[in-house]
Design a protein around this ligand. Structure first.
Ligand code: BGC
Length: 833
């Protein structure tokens, strides 16, 4: 049975269209120019102003892809945290993506959010892309299908989505200013393709205009892409909102099709837009068109009183159990890339001791950094998950082995903290408990506190040491900083903003150690970090960010390593969790290396040399080099697995669940093999000179062998592909396959299309590409079949001569495959224009 159907029913939003449109027009007609211009600019970091005269409440937006943060950027307001978008794509299951979307809509409603700033459907052009973890895949079709499911799911819950970043934000270096030169065919066939198909199939209510430029025009002003292609060709009727601080010029943005400039209150829309109209530099009818789009979003999300929302309260989907769904997506996303001698699953009855090794085994990295960051109510670490799942008779020993980072991290374990806000005279304005040492307020402040009056924030409380030794304390953030620990002033000074660099990275700041204090385990000290708020006159929003950071005593690296080796040598199985850090994978910068940080590679090798069986779990959002991959028994890619990390890991390692993931992107052996490694602009220009050859399209062309190919992933059963039949009337491939193993399993059946030799004048096409897929489930011995439609677009190319799609006639080889490198059946299909 194919299980993709639930993803394919249309999202709500069409019933009542006429009534909503009428309400929008009535509301628009009542607004004067100033009110209209105000509505097109953020009133603060996350919302648009209310206009009571037309019954419009304030429309609230929030990140992001893996959870809904709400308007407070704080752990005090937790959210369900799902696995990273790369993980969601690794499930190859649009129906599951739709369920994820429904949960996020439920979370959005709980937090008063009307539009989610997600999904991110830029592509994995290069593994170095800093937000690789936040995008789905190197393949536009897989991206489309997962993105479609996600958008439908969120909008099923009456909450808007914002497809982002339109278009070409595939790397982070100089992202605010870079001009990406993208050949028309690559632009259409790869980078625009997910936007086009998701607009067509899921009607997202929002699209976010990217920071970067494409082919000479910055995206917020890109009339030919925003008005010509998105609205004109594709018939998009939602709102176009700028990425945060991406709008540069009032008139050019308006004429380029940008509806809303975020964030506020200082923007080039609002008052500046009204003035531009009055001075004849902008047309009021263009303002009206933008306002209409905003009102339509407000109507759909139920924020415009007179309009029926797209989803009536009675039609909202049933409540979703967020913790359970986070766990399900995680185990469905884990990709087992190697499993020698049936190492996995581990039979709990067959082991008496397990060594769990790695810093990330204790402190899992559950999500990537940047605007995608949200704060969970709890995290199940791999260690906790395994301890809870293994019978008491199995001894579990943990050893750090190698610390991937020696940088201090935001104060967490052992700290009891609160934030105290004061005005310039030292009067207390307000105060709130802090679950960690991080203060990150964007436009929204504790009760009684206004940005105007706020002068200092004191992060204050106690720290009780978990370990004896020298503890380092430090700061993150800009402005005046005074750090006192145990009555000793460790630092007092001013941290100035850098002249250049990514503003968001600068805003978050870098952790700087400021001093050391020797403590014995159990000893408590008072801590205080007073941050004098830096109010930059040119900053577009009211924001405060600073943090108290801390590092436990640094242990001798060799002693750490030996401890792990000793634990592994006496255990029946060693589970080593290796990971990247916040300094490796985050928004705002690209990676420069795919190596695991610190001595983790050495750790794996030394453990594998002594442990009877070694299972390595890779905790990263995107590809890393695994130079020891053939020396260990099993390798499980766990992505950034979300809040239920350890619970899902135990499910898979102990065999309660099958690892369901298949690679959404090719994993190279080494960075030097990766087809695209150029993410750094040259004099402001980044040329996509590889054209349509990214990801597996490029790997197949060069003939190089990656570490793990696109689509690869092992389950706990085996499959025979019995037959592949093609129906030429509706271009559907029917694959019959049989579960030949001993346990129930799930298989992702992939269909690749390999073109014939082509004709004269035809541009070079990839050797093959993904044209369809479906998930099947079967009991041992059971035969199942999947009907997989092959979309017309799979047979088309973008013809640069005619600027149009062109169906390429001829004979294609249709391949039914387990992965791009493991193709089981083939059949020929003749296609005629
Ligand atoms: C990111 C967007 C995000 C926005 C708001 C930007 O820096 O690029 O993806 O939605 O911030 O947080």
């Amino acid at each position: 049975m194919a299980t993709q159907d639930a993803a394919d029913t249309p999202a709500p939003g069409t019933d009542g269209d006429a009534a909503r449109e009428a309400a929008v027009e009535t509301a628009l007609a009542k607004l004067d120019l100033d009110a209209k211009a105000r509505l097109l600019a953020g009133q603060d970091t996350w919302s648009l102003p209310a206009l009571p005269q037309i019954g419009l409440r304030s429309l609230v937006m929030s990140d992001g892809p893996v959870g809904v943060r709400g308007v407070r950027w704080t752990a005090a307001d937790p959210s369900v945290v799902l696995p990273s978008p790369t993980a969601l794509a690794a499930t190859w299951d649009p129906a599951l993506a739709r369920r994820a979307g429904r949960l996020l809509a439920q979370e959005a409603r709980r937090k008063g959010v009307h539009a989610l700033l997600a999904p991110t459907v830029n592509l994995h052009r290069s593994p170095l892309g800093g937000r690789h973890f936040e995008c789905y895949s190197e393949d536009p079709y897989l991206t489309t299908r997962i993105g479609t499911g996600y958008v439908r799911g969120v909008q099923d819950g009456g909450v808007g989505t914002t497809l982002k970043h339109f278009v070409g934000n595939d790397a982070e270096t100089e992202r605010f200013t870079v001009n990406n030169t993208i050949p028309p065919r690559a632009l259409r066939e790869l980078y625009l393709a997910p936007f086009e198909a998701i607009v067509r199939d899921a009607s997202p209510w929002g699209v976010m205009s990217a920071y970067n430029g494409v082919n000479g025009s910055t995206m917020t002003q890109h009339a030919s892409l925003q008005l010509g292609v998105l609205r004109g060709e594709w018939g998009y009727d939602g709102v176009i909102v700028s990425d945060w601080m991406a709008t540069r010029d009032t008139t050019r943005a308006l004429n380029g099709g940008l509806d809303v400039a975020m964030p506020g209150p200082r923007t080039v829309y609002g008052q500046a837009l009204a003035t531009a109209v009055r001075e004849g530099r902008a047309e009021e009818c263009a303002v009206d068109a933008a306002v209409r789009n905003v009102l339509r979003l407000a109507a759909r999300t139920g924020v415009l009183d007179a309009a029926p929302p797209a989803v009536a309260p009675a039609d909202l989907p049933a409540t979703v159990d967020g913790d359970a769904l986070a766990r399900e997506i995680a185990h469905r996303s884990f990709v087992l890339v190697r499993n020698e001698r049936g190492t996995l699953p581990i039979d709990p009855a067959g082991v008496s001791s397990v060594a769990v090794i790695g810093a990330a085994a204790r402190d899992a990295r559950i999500l990537g950094g940047g605007s995608a960051e949200v704060f969970p109510a709890h995290i199940v670490s791999p260690l906790d998950g395994l301890r809870a799942a293994l019978p008491e008779s199995v001894a579990v020993h943990h050893a750090v082995g190698a610390d991937p980072s020696d940088e201090p991290a935001v104060a967490g374990q052992g700290f009891e903290l609160r934030a105290v806000c004061r005005d310039v005279s030292g009067r207390q304005l307000g105060s709130e408990p802090l679950p960690s040492g991080l203060v990150q307020w964007l436009g929204d402040f504790p009760d009684g506190v206004s940005f105007e009056d706020l002068h200092t924030v004191e992060i204050t409380g106690t720290f009780t040491a978990r370990e004896s030794g020298v503890h380092a304390f430090g700061t993150r953030g800009l402005g005046g900083l005074a750090l006192t620990v145990g009555g000793r002033l460790l630092f007092e000074g001013i941290e100035e903003p850098a002249d250049e660099g990514d503003p968001f990275e600068a805003f978050q700041g870098t952790a700087v150690p400021r001093g050391e204090v020797e403590l014995t385990a159990g000893e408590s000290v008072e801590v205080s970090l007073i941050c004098t708020v830096a109010k930059l006159p040119e900053a577009p929003m009211s924001a405060v960010a600073c943090a108290l950071v801390h590092r436990d005593p640094v242990r001798d690296p060799e002693a750490l390593m030996e401890e792990a080796v000793a634990a592994a040598s006496v255990a029946d199985t060693a589970v080593v969790v290796v990971a990247t850090t916040e300094r490796v994978e985050s928004e705002g910068f690209d990676r420069t290396s795919l190596a695991l940080p610190g001595r983790q590679d050495e750790l794996v090798r030394r453990v594998a040399a002594v442990a009877p069986r070694t299972v390595v779990v890779v905790n990263s959002g995107s590809p890393v080099e695994l130079p020891w991959r053939d020396e260990v028994d099993a390798v499980l890619l766990g992505w950034f697995p979300g809040q239920e990390a350890g619970a899902a890991l135990a499910d898979v390692l102990l065999g309660d669940e099958e690892p369901g993931g298949r690679l959404p992107t090719t994993w190279p052996v080494a960075l030097t093999d990766a087809p695209v490694t150029q993410v750094e602009p040259d004099d402001g220009e980044l040329v996509y000179e590889e054209g349509v050859f990214i990801g597996y399209r490029a790997w197949e062309k060069t003939g190089r062998t990656p570490a793990y190919p696109f689509g690869h992933g092992l389950g706990y059963t085996t499959w025979d592909y019995d037959s592949l039949d093609l129906s030429t009337t509706d271009a559907t491939a029917t694959v019959r396959l049989r579960n030949t193993g001993t346990r129930h399993g799930r298989e992702v059946v992939q269909i690749y299309l390999a073109p014939g030799s082509g004709g004269p004048g035809l541009p070079e096409r990839p050797a093959r590409w993904l044209a369809g897929f479906a998930t099947v489930e079967a009991a041992p011995g059971e035969t199942v079949s999947a009907d997989i439609p092959l979309p017309r677009r799979a047979f088309e190319i973008w013809d640069e001569k005619t600027d149009a799609w062109r169906l390429i006639s001829g004979t294609y080889v249709v391949e039914a495959a387990h992965s791009i490198a493991d193709r089981r059946l083939r059949a020929r299909l003749h296609v005629e224009r």
